[in-house]
Design a protein around this ligand. Structure first.
Ligand code: NAP
Length: 547
């Protein structure tokens, strides 16, 4: 029995590889991209460590070349969903009773495998399957994944070390139990690292998981499962169940042993899940923990004192990186009249340099959106803007889905600050701009605060400290991640814990100890060294008392 005390110190963030022209890392990555673009794999379900081929299949295609089928995946039926829950429950006791040091060692091995042996593979399958360019894949699937794992190891040490005070005569302890039940992890398509963290954050604390991955990110998500296995994660701790979200969800959410839901995705999906849980409250052994990060309508607010080049750069990067398919993407901007013309001019220069196309060409800054449904939905918003008297397309506006789902970076000038594209999450490369009168700075901050139901990310650009402070006050609840003179995307684990409130989620801050606290059910234990042997208290021995 190893009785050493362990403490995992605060790690450094994983350095980002740049993949510059001619470097060995660029060559290694290109080789992997080629391989995964030109082969077709079969993706089974993985339940209790066993691969299951249901025969009910669907295709995984590359967003930039939808004729390219890179995998065929098997979908769960009701039977496999029930098997996955049983497998998670069977593994629960073994996994929960294992020393936390052993659990953390597996997690850290996953991080090492992604950092070294499988770095280019994880990047390549994220690029081929989810349509990210090399840099976007590197900061997500490699660096953020590794950071989640290493920082969580550190936070777990801190949490477990936190013990209550004891007076003389007794000893108090807190046992940080995992939840009594399994965790249902439901991941979105847009970040491989989020899929990893939704699953492995509860796992590091001794929970077991039924994982419903997004149907459009299965290529990278399947390889994650392979890496977990190689790192030594025991069978049944994570059960991989691709399939229809509503079918899988409806069965899992009714189960009496549902311990918690760890979700990231759209707001309406999360509302559906929460309502489903509410309907089943009487059936559960424990109240399930519900952690969900959902959509955003993230803003960049510009004060007249801001720098034009800084703002234009932030708008182009913040709105169009990964085709605007980030929950944090800048999707509305408020610009003072005095700066609009110079900002527009600078954006025209920037956008003329933006190249769009296949992920294989490293010159491309913008690639394709995830699938046809997303393409049609985004183009629908652009058409609305084209046909409205309240809006004007300033840049872009065209889409082409003949080979891949390509939409030009599009900027809409909204004459009405409540025009649809200023209010609703579009989740594509569309930025809406409202130009305000300079003297209406405060009034427009109020407008920004009240325009959208979300509260995820936002930014203020200002060289004037009073203006910035005012924005920070008025927009207090408008964003859970707020930026001064920076784009509203690109939160780094351990530096800017991520999450928002209002309709953007439960704000449990992925990549911080706050999230991990949701996956434990602490038990307090008091030990009394010399228990009393007389029930009477001293006051009862006084003379006047006749007892
Ligand atoms: P989505 O359509 O809501 O899907 C998310 C996941 O839920 C997928 O695995 C999906 O499966 C599954 N699902 C669908 N219906 C379900 C149901 N009834 N029960 C259980 N699961 C169900 O979202 P997405 O398109 O993948 O991701 C985009 C959204 O995620 C955007 O709104 C974005 O803002 C948000 N997001 C938020 C954050 C954040 O941290 N706040 C981060 C990333 C993304 P299928 O794929 O099979 O439909």
């Amino acid at each position: 029995m190893n009785n050493s005390q362990f403490y995992y110190p605060r790690p450094a963030n994983e350095p980002i590889m740049q993949y510059s022209e001619g470097t060995p890392e660029q060559k290694a990555l290109e080789k992997e991209i080629e391989k995964h673009s030109n082969q077709q794999i079969e993706i089974p379900l993985i339940i209790g460590g066993k691969e299951i081929f249901t025969g009910k299949t669907a295709k995984v295609v590359s967003p930039h070349n939808h004729k390219q089928v890179v995998a065929i995946y098997h979908q769960a039926t009701e039977k496999e969903v029930k098997m996955a829950i049983d497998a998670a429950m069977n593994a629960h006791n073994y996994w929960a009773s294992l020393s936390w040091i052993e659990r953390v060692s597996i997690i850290l091995k996953v991080a090492d495998l992604i950092s070294g042996k499988y770095r280019f593979l994880v990047n390549a399958v994220t690029m081929v399957g989810q349509g990210k360019n090399a840099y976007q894949a590197e900061i997500d699937s490699v660096c953020e994944s590794i950071d989640f794992l290493r920082f969580n190891a550190h936070y777990v040490s801190e949490i477990y070390n936190d013990q209550p005070h004891s007076e003389s005569g007794n000893l108090n302890r807190i046992e940080y139990r995992p939840l009594e039940g399994f965790v249902f992890a439901v991941s979105p398509f847009n970040f491989t690292a989020i899929a990893l963290n939704l699953v492995l954050a509860p796992v590091i604390l001794g929970n077991t998981v039924v994982w419903k991955p997004a149907s459009t990110s299965l290529l990278s998500n399947y390889y994650l499962m392979q890496i977990y296995k190689e790192a030594g994660l025991p069978d049944g701790v994570v059960n991989f169940v691709p399939g229809s979200g509503s079918m899988v969800g409806d069965i899992v959410l009714k189960h009496k042993d549902l311990g918690g839901v760890h979700f990231t995705g759209g707001n309406s999906t999360f509302n559906h899940i929460w309502k489903n849980i509410a309907m089943n409250l009487e059936n559960y052994k424990s109240y399930p923990r519900i952690v969900g990060e959902t959509g955003g309508k993230d803003f960049v607010f510009v004060h007249p004192s801001a720098d034009v080049k800084e703002v234009s750069t932030a708008l182009v990067r913040g709105a169009f990186e990964y085709q605007g398919q980030k929950c944090s993407a800048a999707s509305r901007a408020y610009i003072p009249k005095s700066l609009w013309e110079p900002i527009k001019k600078q954006m025209a220069v920037n956008l003329s340099l933006v190249k769009q196309g296949d992920v294989k060409d490293f010159c491309n800054f913008v690639n394709a959106v995830i699938d046809e449904k997303a393409f049609d939905n985004i183009m629908g918003y652009i058409e609305k803007a084209k046909n409205s008297k309240d809006a004007e397309i300033v840049f872009g506006g065209k889409g082409d889905k003949s080979k891949g789902y390509f939409i030009e970076p599009t900027v809409v000038l909204a004459k009405d600050p409540h025009f649809t594209t200023m209010e609703e999450e579009i989740f594509g490369p569309v930025l809406s701009i409202y130009v305000y009168e300079d003297e209406d700075f405060e009034k427009t901050l109020e407008l920004c605060n009240e325009t959208s139901p979300y509260g995820l990310t936002g930014a203020i650009f200002s060289k004037d400290i009073y203006a910035r402070t005012k924005a920070c006050q008025i927009l207090r609840y408008a964003a859970g991640n707020f930026y001064f003179n920076d784009k509203p995307t690109g939160a780094v684990v351990g530096q800017q814990p991520f999450g928002g409130s209002r309709q953007s989620g439960t704000n449990d801050k992925a990549g911080s100890y706050l999230n991990l606290l949701r996956w434990i059910s602490p038990r307090t234990i008091k030990e009394t060294f010399t228990p009393p042997t007389d029930f009477r208290y001293p006051y009862m021995h006084e003379k006047k008392c006749d007892c």
